[in-house]
Ligand binder design. Structure first.
Ligand code: SF4
Length: 328
């Protein structure tokens, strides 16, 4: 289902994406771990779509699968209206990049920062001469707030925030239109998180970038995202604009995530009723029948065990999958 405003052709469209991993369960037995199970969404040009959910809900797998970092089990990805296939993948790889979660392990300690940033330039043969390559690296360092003298240093000489800037410079090197930001600030100190998010917003305005911004924390994606998609056990259970989702969350899972977001005003904080989820997240190897959230949902009813709720539009640009929508 297309969950974006229908009038504008999206930059990226993901249709019914599936990513299953076979897991050995003993002699001659395998089970399928459904990490991503029928996920669809769009990202408009210049837009940020936030993708949130608890650890293990499949959001990182969505980002990597749509980039075709591993073969997808099912579904289709379209970029600029072109379906990603073996033939169109090389061009897509240049136009769509990834910023990794961990700035400590995602940079090769044996390479200089200049060579790390130049990797996409070399892979896609984007500079004709060494001089041109060096100038481009210097330009990218300055774009992310570092200096050209730092090109000859190694990643361990930099702080976490600076390393993430290096990772962002590397992602920008191929002049992409779209970047998957996979929890880009979750490994950083809170004081540094805002700096990196502000920089990503500046870069978006400057270069017309579109982001899929993955996070486990709704408060992180609230300001940077125009729309937010909430994931649970491999499926998207709600999407809406950031404002609408925060003001009128429809799915009980979204309501519980929002109730856990810290509120700085003590008076407002006291007024918020905290919804504590009961039970553990079920294993993706044994997804509950009907609604996948039913084992932890305080509002579950018999129908929830029998039928999977349809992901449906409840208001303009606001979709959710919950049987309560029929009762509303
Ligand atoms: Fe809860 Fe039922 Fe809605 Fe699922 S469909 S979120 S179990 S009320």
């Amino acid at each position: 289902m297309n969950t974006a405003a229908p009038l504008v052709k999206p930059l990226l469209e993901v249709r019914d994406l599936k990513q299953y991993f076979p897991i050995a369960m003993g002699f001659f037995k395998t089970a399928l771990l459904k990490a991503v199970d029928g996920v669809s969404f769009t990202v408009q040009r210049g837009e940020t779509l936030g993708l949130v959910g608890e650890s293990g809900c499949g959001k990182t797998t969505v980002g990597r699968s749509l980039l075709h970092l591993y073969p997808i089990t099912g579904g289709e990805v379209f970029f600029n209206g072109v379906k990603i296939t073996r033939e169109t993948l090389p061009a897509f790889r240049r136009q769509a990049q990834l910023v990794f979660q961990d700035p400590y392990s995602s940079l090769n300690p044996r390479m200089t920062v200049g060579d790390i940033i130049a990797e996409p330039i070399d892979v896609h043969h984007l500079c004709a001469t060494k001089q041109e390559r060096a100038e481009r690296v210097n330009e990218l360092l300055q774009v992310v707030g570092l200096s050209s003298e730092q090109a000859t240093r190694y990643a361990h000489e930099f702080s976490g925030g600076q390393r993430q800037r290096i990772g962002i410079a590397r992602a920008l090197a191929s002049k992409p239109e779209f970047i998957v930001c996979d929890e880009p600030v979750s490994a950083l100190d809170v004081s540094i998180q805002a700096q990196v998010i502000n920089m990503l917003e500046d870069l978006q305005r400057r270069f017309g970038l579109s982001y899929l911004f993955i996070a486990h924390d709704l408060s992180v994606v609230k300001h940077i995202s125009r729309r937010i998609a909430v994931m649970y056990l491999g499926k998207i259970v709600e999407t809406a604009t950031s404002n609408e989702l925060h003001r009128f969350p429809l799915h009980p899972y979204t309501q519980s995530l929002l109730s856990a977001v810290p509120v700085p005003d003590p008076q407002k904080a006291r007024a918020i009723r905290r919804i504590v989820l009961t039970g553990d997240v079920p294993s993706p190897l044994r997804v509950p029948s009907g609604c996948p959230f039913r084992t932890r949902c305080a509002r579950a009813m018999p129908l929830c065990a029998q039928e999977e709720p349809v992901f449906q539009e409840a208001a303009p640009e606001h979709f959710a999958a919950c049987h309560l929508l029929q009762k509303a």
